[in-house]
Each structure stands twice: as structure tokens, then as C-alpha cells.
Design a protein around this ligand. Structure first.
Ligand code: GAP
Length: 514
């Protein structure tokens, strides 16, 4: 099965089992907008809890807030979003399709990387154990040629985008002979800038309604509350403010399911530090956030850092954590050193003094900021795409979602072996106790095998089967999703077993101890 086929199956699976639906589907949907179903919302809430507790609870110098989506319009002038939150767009005149010009070039660059990897794989096969990969990469003529073209295109793209030179972006697309994926032609319009913010009106028109924006990032709600939180919480630098909330962007090129949406959720943390100490903290948060990802156990090779070559004008360092999705390595999280840009600009635009008096140095200054920013929906996609597995068994096959147990929507399913003889009542009694602490479900329909498969398909880590022996000795069978192994345990042990297997404690330990 190709990665593309796998991804299509995953999207269909998400709908069939109640994880994710297209928005307003009975009206044929709304492009790049999705609804979370009964299981999707549980997964999403668990991801949010994992992030919140790893950031706010495990770090005694981080607190959380929940700022409003609507903000004073001047906020977005100060942040630079009104003037510069743009995507460079280009249209193909034949297909009438619109593309992000930088994405067309990035896709071309990714294709060159693929070509290089193919050459390396071929040579590895040819030379076997004696293959010296670094030497081959350095000396092979074909690879050197592709690499030079690739690096030159990348450098030209960075230069053109940094300078805002849209004509140079178009020339690059022409020079690389990039064709429209739909029409196959090179008949391109000029490149134009398009602002991504959604506008709406506040107040009635007769009152003189003003234009406001749906926030394109949650971070500004943190910046404008810096003084409120610092003073009311008596916070001492270094300290952080965390927030989870919706953000909105009028993405033109919406694709890859919930990877790029118009309405999405972010989990952001701004960490305020002394000027000059930002690089130390940048490295600290890079490492902490990577540990948060890796603790989920999808494998070291699934993640990589991608340092930005083109830095935003306010940043002095930036990196992405990329995950190996079925459509390749893509950004899940950004970590940015944003200098004092945001606080200084809000001070300028609001006319308020936004500074911190440092009791240790006796000085007042505008703090520098390290930001960690991750999309909830991209995390949902990461978990689902890494978890989805079609497994061949001895005489059977199954689809199993190997969702890390602490994030699984349902922690345990309680299943009476048959629908009679007092087994359903006993199962219900078990649920009535477990439900105070865990999301557990009850299922009595179909054979036990079918019920196991249904629970595998939604990622339930544990199935608890109540049988006739249970009535006699108050024991049940626990079946583990990944190994399919079964064990007999006493009912009064269930709580401790589920807590150990599905709690977040193990993940938190890995983040903190490494
Ligand atoms: N405050 C910084 C900021 O917003 P960003 O790189 O634009 O930085 C941060 O966004 C994260 O938000 C991304 O790494 C991604 O996970 C998520 N994100 C951004 N745009 C998104 C979209 N259209 N759909 C889903 N997630 C998105």
C-alpha cells in the first residue's frame, strides 16, 4: 500500500468511527473546516491535557490563561499581522487553480531531496556492506549536480521572500520550470500577496461598527496580558504564560485533511527571559518540547528539527519540530526566539509602559521571549497517522489504532461474554465504579471477537471481559490491544491496572528525567 492510499484509508477510518467529520457535511462540507466526533473530541482533549499538564503543572514558573478570540484591532497592527501576515499566491491561467508560490517551490525542492535519497538507496543496494554513504554523497556526480541546483533554488527563494520580491519569486518558478499539477502547463500569473486574517464587524452598523479580526494566533492574547499576569501572579523572570485556544486563517491552499485548516486550535507558551539569555532558553525549550513528543513512543526517527533559514523580521532564532506524516516530514510545532518585538510594539502602539523591574539586577527592561507553538489538530493527525495499522494475523487481519494509552479516547471497554446470566449486571457494576476516574465503555452486541476488533479499531488499550467465572470468584479477563495477550485479574485490581497503563505519569517522568 502506498503512503497516499494509507492516508486515504485513515481519513475514511476517522469518519467511519466518529473521530473527524467534514464540517456541515449535509451541505457538501466547507473547505478546510472539520468537526470532531465523539471519539475525536476525547483524543483532542487528552492531547490538550497532556500539553497543559506538561507545561503548566510540571513547570512551577509557567501559568495558564484563556484570552478572548476578539481583540482590539490595534493589536494586529502592533503585531505586524495587518501589514505582513500574507501568503504569496500565484494562479495557473489554464487550470484556474491558485497556489502558494513558496509551497510550489518547496515541493520542487522536496522532489530534489527525494531524487538524492533514491540515488543513495540504489547505491546502498549495489555496494552492500562496503557502502560508504557520506563519501558517496560527497563524490557522486549526479548527487552533486542535484544538490547544487536544489541549494541554489532554496537560496534564491529565501532571498526573494525575505526581500518581499514577488517578481523574483515568479522568475524562480519559471526558471525551475514548475508546472501546474492540474493543467500541467507553465502559464502562470504574477505573484500577489494575500492577507490571511478573517475580518468581521463588532457592534451594529448604525452604531458605526468597527472592523475586527478573528485572531490568527493565540500568542497576542498572552503578550497583551503580560503585565496583568506578572503583577497579579507576582511572577519573577524567567516565567511563562501558556494558552490553548482557537485560531483562524484564511488559508488558500488547504490540503492534507486536518493538517492545514481555516479554523484550528493552538497550544502556545511565551517564556519571558532577560535580554541576552534568550539562546540558553531557546535550547532549553527545543529539548523539552522534543522530549514531550518522543515520550509518546512513536520512535526517534519520526521527528527532526528544521532550523529556519528565512527568519521572521522579529526573530533571532527559529526551528520547527517536524513529524514524518504519510505525506512526508512536515511541521507540527514551531519554537521561536521572538526578541522583545511583540512587547515593545505593544508598548509603542498602546502608549503603555510594558517593562519588568528585575529585583536581582535592579534594572527595568523589556523581556525577551521564547515561544513554543503547536497545533492541536496537527497533533491529532500525528497521533492518528502513526497509530493506524492494518495487521495481518494468523488466520485473520485487523485494523488497530495503536494510540498511546494515555491519549486513547476510551481507556477500557467492559464486555459481558453473553447477554444473560447476570453478566451484563456485573459488567455494569464494574463500569459504575471505573467511570469516576476513566472513560470506559460498555458493549454487549455481537461475538466477543467482533467486539475486540471494534475496540482495536478505535484504539481502546484494554478490554475487560466478564464471564461466568467472574460470578464465582470476582475475576475478569483483561485483553491488551497491542499484544492481544490476556490475563486473569481480580476486579478490585482493575482500577490500579488501568491507572498504571493509561495514566500520563510515565510520559511526564520521561520528559522531566531526560
Ligand atoms: N504564534 C506563532 C505561530 O502561530 P505558526 O508557525 O504560524 O506560528 C504554529 O503556527 C503552529 O500552529 C504550527 O506549527 C501548526 O502546528 C499550527 N498551525 C498553523 N497554521 C495552521 C493551520 N492552518 N491549520 C492547522 N494548524 C496550523
Amino acid at each position: 500500500m502506498t503512503q497516499e492510499e494509507l492516508f486515504k484509508k485513515l481519513v475514511a477510518h476517522c469518519k467511519e468511527y466518529g473521530f473527524i467529520f467534514p464540517s456541515s457535511e449535509i451541505y457538501d462540507g466547507l473547505s478546510a473546516v472539520y468537526d470532531y466526533g465523539q471519539l475525536g473530541v476525547e483524543l483532542k482533549n487528552n492531547i490538550k491535557r497532556y500539553w497543559w499538564e506538561a507545561m503548566v503543572r510540571l513547570n512551577d514558573n509557567i501559568v495558564g490563561i484563556d484570552a478572548a478570540i476578539f481583540m482590539h484591532p490595534r493589536v494586529w497592527e502592533a503585531s505586524g499581522h495587518v501589514g505582513a501576515f500574507n501568503d504569496p499566491l500565484i494562479d495557473n491561467k489554464d487550470s484556474k487553480k491558485r497556489y502558494r508560490a513558496d509551497v510550489l517551490i518547496e515541493d520542487w525542492i522536496a522532489k530534489q531531496d527525494e531524487k538524492i535519497e533514491k540515488e543513495v538507496a540504489k547505491a546502498r543496494k549495489r555496494f552492500g556492506d562496503s557502502f560508504d554513504e557520506p563519501l558517496f554523497r560527497q563524490t557522486n556526480g549526479r548527487i552533486k549536480e542535484i544538490q547544487t541546483k536544489r541549494d541554489s533554488a532554496n537560496a534564491r527563494m529565501v532571498e526573494a521572500l525575505t526581500a518581499g520580491d514577488l517578481a523574483a519569486v515568479k522568475s524562480l518558478i519559471e526558471d525551475l520550470e514548475i508546472v501546474c499539477p492540474v493543467s500541467g502547463t507553465k502559464n502562470w500569473t504574477d505573484v500577489r500577496q494575500f492577507n490571511l486574517m478573517f475580518e468581521t464587524k463588532i457592534g451594529s452598523v448604525s452604531d458605526g461598527a468597527g472592523t475586527i479580526y478573528l485572531r490568527p494566533e493565540t500568542a497576542q492574547g498572552i503578550f497583551v496580558n503580560f503585565l496583568n499576569v506578572q503583577k497579579s501572579g507576582r511572577m519573577k523572570i524567567p516565567f511563562g504564560i501558556a494558552q490553548i485556544g482557537k485560531a483562524f486563517r484564511n488559508e488558500i491552499v488547504a490540503r492534507q485533511f486536518i493538517f492545514r485548516m481555516r479554523e484550528f486550535e493552538q497550544m502556545e507558551m511565551q517564556f519571558f527571559v532577560r535580554p541576552g539569555e534568550e539562546m540558553k532558553w531557546f535550547d532549553h525549550w527545543k529539548s523539552y518540547r522534543m522530549r514531550w513528543h518522543r515520550a509518546l513512543g512513536f520512535g526517534e526517527g519520526m521527528y527532526r528539527f528544521h532550523d529556519h533559514e528565512k527568519l521572521a523580521h522579529y526573530a533571532n532564532a527559529a526551528t520547527d519540530i517536524e513529524f514524518d506524516f504519510p505525506f512526508g516530514f512536515k511541521e507540527v510545532e514551531g519554537i521561536h526566539s521572538r526578541t522583545d518585538f511583540d512587547l515593545s510594539n505593544h508598548a509603542k502602539f498602546s502608549g503603555r509602559k510594558i517593562q519588568y523591574f528585575d529585583p536581582e539586577t535592579g534594572e527595568s527592561y523589556t523581556p525577551y521571549v521564547i515561544e513554543t507553538s503547536i497545533g492541536v489538530d496537527r497533533m491529532v493527525l500525528q497521533v492518528l497517522s502513526a497509530a493506524y495499522l492494518e495487521e495481518q494475523l494468523d488466520n485473520d487481519s485487523r485494523v488497530v489504532l495503536r494510540i498511546p494509552a494515555p491519549l486513547a479516547p476510551v481507556k477500557a471497554a467492559v464486555l459481558p461474554l453473553v447477554k444473560k446470566d447476570g453478566l451484563p449486571e456485573m459488567a455494569q457494576e464494574i463500569i459504575d465504579d471505573l467511570k469516576f476516574d476513566f472513560n470506559v465503555s460498555y458493549d454487549e452486541k455481537d461475538s466477543i471477537g467482533k467486539r475486540y476488533r471494534r475496540n482495536d479499531a478505535i484504539g481502546t488499550p484494554l478490554c475487560i471481559t466478564v464471564d461466568h467465572q467472574s460470578l464465582e470468584d470476582r475475576t475478569v479477563t483483561i485483553r491488551h490491544r497491542d499484544t492481544m495477550e490476556q490475563q486473569r485479574v481480580a476486579i478490585n485490581e482493575l482500577h490500579a491496572i488501568i491507572k498504571k497503563e493509561t495514566g500520563m505519569r510515565r510520559l511526564f517522568r520521561e520528559i522531566v528525567n531526560n
